[in-house]
Design a protein around this ligand. Structure first.
Ligand SMILES: Cc1cc2nc3c(=O)[nH]c(=O)nc-3n(C[C@H](O)[C@H](O)[C@H](O)COP(=O)(O)OP(=O)(O)OC[C@H]3O[C@@H](n4cnc5c(N)ncnc54)[C@H](O)[C@@H]3O)c2cc1C
Ligand SMILES: NC(=O)c1ccc[n+]([C@@H]2O[C@H](COP(=O)([O-])OP(=O)(O)OC[C@H]3O[C@@H](n4cnc5c(N)ncnc54)[C@H](OP(=O)(O)O)[C@@H]3O)[C@@H](O)[C@H]2O)c1
Length: 421
């Protein structure tokens, strides 16, 4: 499956003026996160080789480079497993980020997945004449019949244009670059955004004698991570199999209010639509509380309404308050980067998400697939990866049968092959 060996073997037989065009015998997967790795492993099970192009220098780069130290999975490990190889038995119910990374590393080596690192895809386009995808990085143009988009829902940070932020003289950092509250010790910190990142960063800051002010401009559903010793997510998954969604939402909210109290009174107003229905309709994830709420109750985390403008050394808020602050943390979320590099394709929205909702978003036309764009976390990834591998596996076998009886289209050994332009 790995491309390096084959590629290096070829490199020895080529010279300086050779072409930068590489024919890939099997699908090209863009992104070596959990989605790219899972798809590559499932393809391998179908005896289909694949080539992963990864812009970073490692697998699971979001987890390795763009997450904070205290991050743990929110969902019990059985909901975060990739296909074909589960978590080690000795991992806790909620693995830490480091355990998750070590699982990813074991996964990649178990299936001998060797992505090509430092290959940022800058353009991919289907060549209707050739019937192949042309996938360009800074170094090469790769050609394949199949293109699998695995660049993630969280590819780029969302940096909102907040009035006055340019003149702020303190530090401004997005949560993707936040590691620990230690660098903000004793400071006055404004955290903008109250998703899971905003809440957990506030909680982390509390450990370093910071009183974070968390901006909550909108409604938000906060649920306990567990209820009566069972994961809230697990309870919800079980209930939706038997009961209508609206009823499940009502039940969850009843239990959440019982466990957490009335969050509206803490400045965290609940949306009118229930948490699961909201997730299904808009993709907005409920916050799973791991301790921030009790810090809000005790006044260690201050909840504050929307920001009106940032000043040189503070912020003015929509409720008329004004506060001095030392640093700003943008917990404002992430976005897909697909529109920046995938061209001539109607399958994605302008926000870089598949237009067809789950469970139909994994397959487009002309050999294009997507994995990990379901807004269902790693569970969605696992489902997409299995579907894609089955679908391409069937095509692969059909082509192979044709080859065996007609001409030798598929390679015998190498995944990649350099071709003259
Ligand atoms: C802080 C945080 C915590 C999370 N915790 C959980 C959790 O507990 N459970 C859960 O299910 N989900 C969680 N998620 C969601 C998370 O996105 C998924 O778990 C998972 O990382 C998605 O995997 P992916 O492979 O689809 O995307 P990613 O992990 O984002 O991987 C995409 C890869 O594509 C690469 N790439 C991007 N653009 C290009 C390009 N143009 N060319 C080449 N390579 C490119 C990136 O470098 C990256 O390595 C969390 C997200 C965040 C931000
Ligand atoms: N432990 C874990 O498992 C864990 C931890 C962290 C994150 N995650 C996951 O990672 C993904 C991203 O989470 P996230 O919290 O980073 O992002 P997110 O869920 O998209 O939340 C972004 C937050 O920023 C707010 N916001 C955006 N622009 C703003 C602006 N201009 N002014 C004020 N507020 C603004 C949003 O408010 P609006 O709602 O008003 O837009 C929202 O509250 C999610 O899937 C999440 O579940 C998981």
């Amino acid at each position: 499956m790995g491309s390096y060996k084959g590629e290096d073997q070829h490199r020895h037989h080529h010279h300086r003026n050779e072409s930068n065009c590489v024919l890939v015998h099997g699908p090209i997967i863009v992104g070596a996160g959990p989605s790219g790795l899972a798809t590559s492993a499932c393809l391998k099970q179908q005896s289909v080789p694949s080539l992963i192009l990864e812009k970073s220098d490692c697998i699971a780069s979001l987890w390795q480079h763009r997450t904070y130290d205290r991050l743990k999975l929110h969902l019990p490990k059985q909901f975060c497993e990739l296909p074909l190889l589960g978590f080690p038995h000795n991992f806790p119910k909620y693995p830490t980020k480091h355990q998750f990374i070590s699982y990813m590393e074991t996964y990649a080596s178990h299936f001998s997945i060797k992505p090509r690192f430092n290959q940022a895809v800058i353009k991919a386009e289907f060549d209707h004449v050739l019937g192949f995808w042309r996938v360009k990085t800074q170094d090469f143009e790769y050609l394949s019949r199949w293109l699998i988009v695995a660049t993630g829902e969280n590819a780029e940070p969302v940096i909102p244009d907040i009035p006055g932020i340019d003149r702020f003289k303190g530090r401004v950092v997005h949560t993707s670059l936040y590691k620990s509250g230690s660098v903000f010790k004793n400071q006055r910190v404004l955290v903008i955004g109250c998703g899971n990142s905003g809440m957990e960063v506030c909680l982390d800051l509390c450990r370093f004698n910071v009183i974070p002010h968390m901006v909550v401009r909108n409604t938000v559903h906060v649920l306990p991570r567990e209820m009566f010793g069972f994961s809230t997510f697990g309870i919800a998954m079980a209930l939706v199999k038997w009961f209508p969604l609206k009823l499940v939402d009502k039940l969850l909210l009843l239990l959440a209010n019982f466990t957490l109290g009335n969050t509206d009174q803490m400045g965290l107003r609940r949306p009118k639509t229930g948490p699961i229905e909201l997730k299904n309709v808009t993709g907005k994830t409920p916050v799973l509380d791991v301790g921030a709420l009790s810090q809000i109750k005790s006044g260690k985390i201050k909840v504050i309404e929307g920001v009106k403008e940032i000043t040189r050394n503070g912020a003015k808020f929509v409720d008329g308050q004004e506060k001095e602050i030392d640093s700003i943390i943008l917990a404002t979320g992430y976005k897909s980067n697909v529109p920046t590099w995938l061209k001539g394709c109607e399958f994605f929205t302008k926000d870089g998400m598949p237009k067809s909702p789950f469970p139909n978003g994994w397959k487009a036309e002309t050999g294009l697939y997507t994995v990990g764009f379901t807004r269902r976390g790693l569970l969605g990834t696992a489902s997409d990866a299995v579907n894609i591998a089955k679908d391409i596996g069937e095509q692969w076998r059909t082509i192979k049968e044709c080859n065996d009886s007609n001409f030798n289209y598929l390679p015998q050994r190498n995944v990649v092959q350099k071709v003259k332009k």
